[in-house]
Write a new protein. Structure first.
Length: 384
């Protein structure tokens, strides 16, 4: 299976680790820093790109994704230089998708035209709530008015604009969420990422929750009702779920995220970035240094990669199932069998089909709507 990477696309993830403020729910690798030498960071990114390209020759680059952190704090010239170098190192697809995550503050919004000129053709905005009080609780530094203004500017600059919302927030009712989601869908949006608020250890919310100071969180059944309402409302507005937490009009799906879920190859550069890269007949899980300073020092010296692990065929089969079952198109049963060297357990498949959790059609395994609501349990059953 050394050529399994030929089953799909190839992407590049670039992590920018800096934010203006750390949100209390965030467990991403993000840091607040007032002094950033963008020229030094650019040189480190270019070094990493060149190193990665030597391992992945003759690839067609389908997507670039600038994630963070807050990539809309990057100088547009930095973004342009990374895109130009990637285009020179790999053969760019004719329809290459280049996404940049942005926070909807007015300063970042004013830079959208410069990012477009740099080559970005898709914006993903971290709106998170359409309620000023909830934005304050979430630690966001923008208002609803600023988010709407930034969204309008983005729509004028880019054909494709997505934004994120978080639900199951403190003191949020089902009716509140229905009204907010309907409002979001009225904004001529073609892609929404809709995430349930989760309390992660090591975050400010996690610390508050541990001592009983994070009040008003919904019970599990109430959060599940919000999830089901999300599916119904988005589907009724023409944005069905193509992945557990992602909704899009047909043709507006995030091609970069589909690379992850289809278990294709991607290079990850920047602090804490992960990758899945096939090189010299082996598929590798790559991981970079988490600390921005440690990564910058290592990358500037020739490699920001902290470690890599060779993935066995069984590892790959398990990862393919865990990722592929998240998307509406499901996973290819023959590809899974070629990786695992054994078929999926027929008794478990039949049991899950009888429960209405999965369906098998055209040699693909898909989770049903009911199955997506308890997806972790479905995966445990199939891999157990």
């Amino acid at each position: 299976m050394a050529d399994d990477w030929r089953n799909g696309g190839f992407g590049l993830y670039v992590h920018w680790p800096f934010c203006e403020a750390k949100c209390p729910y965030c467990d991403f690798n993000s840091h607040v820093s007032r002094n950033i030498d963008q020229k030094q960071w650019l040189e480190a990114y270019l070094t990493e790109l060149r190193r990665s390209a030597t391992e992945t020759p003759n690839r067609v680059l389908n997507t670039i994704f600038f994630g963070g952190g807050t990539p809309s704090l990057m100088d547009p010239d930095t973004v342009a230089a990374v895109i130009d170098e990637a285009r020179a190192l790999w053969r760019p697809a004719n329809d290459m998708e280049i996404t940049l995550e942005a926070n909807p503050g007015s300063v970042e919004a004013g830079r959208f035209a410069a990012y477009r000129d740099a080559g970005v053709n898709r914006i993903s905005m971290g709106v998170q709530a359409l309620n000023d009080e909830d934005l304050r609780r979430l630690g966001r530094i923008h208002t609803v008015a600023e988010a709407r203004a930034a969204f309008d500017i983005a729509r004028n600059c880019f054909d494709r604009v997505s934004f994120d919302l978080i639900y199951a927030r403190q003191h949020q009712t089902l009716d509140d969420w229905r009204a907010e989601l309907t409002e979001a869908l009225s904004m001529a949006v073609d892609h929404l990422s809709l995430y349930q608020l989760t309390i992660e250890e090591g975050t400010a919310f996690g610390d508050r929750y541990a001592v009983g100071k994070l009040r008003g969180l919904p019970e599990d059944d109430h959060a599940a009702d919000m999830y089901l309402a999300t599916q119904e409302i988005c589907e009724a507005h023409g944005l069905p779920a193509y992945e557990v937490s992602n909704h899009a009009r047909p043709g507006s799906e995030s091609q970069h995220n589909l690379i992850y879920w289809r278990y294709d190859d991607y290079v990850g550069i920047g602090p804490g970035a992960h990758g899945r890269v096939t090189a010299n007949g082996t598929k590798w899980a790559t991981e970079t240094y988490l600390s921005p300073n440690a990564w910058l020092k290592a990358a500037s010296a020739g490699s920001g990669e902290k470690e890599r692990a060779a993935l066995t065929l069984q590892d790959q089969a398990s990862e393919y199932l865990m990722m592929g079952i998240r998307i509406g198109e499901g996973l290819d049963i023959d590809r899974f069998g070629a990786l695992s060297k054994q078929p999926l357990p027929q008794e478990k498949l039949q049991h899950l089909c009888e429960l209405g959790m999965i369906e098998l059609h055209d040699n693909r395994l898909r989770a049903t709507k009911d199955g997506r609501a308890v997806l972790n349990a479905v995966i445990r059953e199939l891999l157990g």
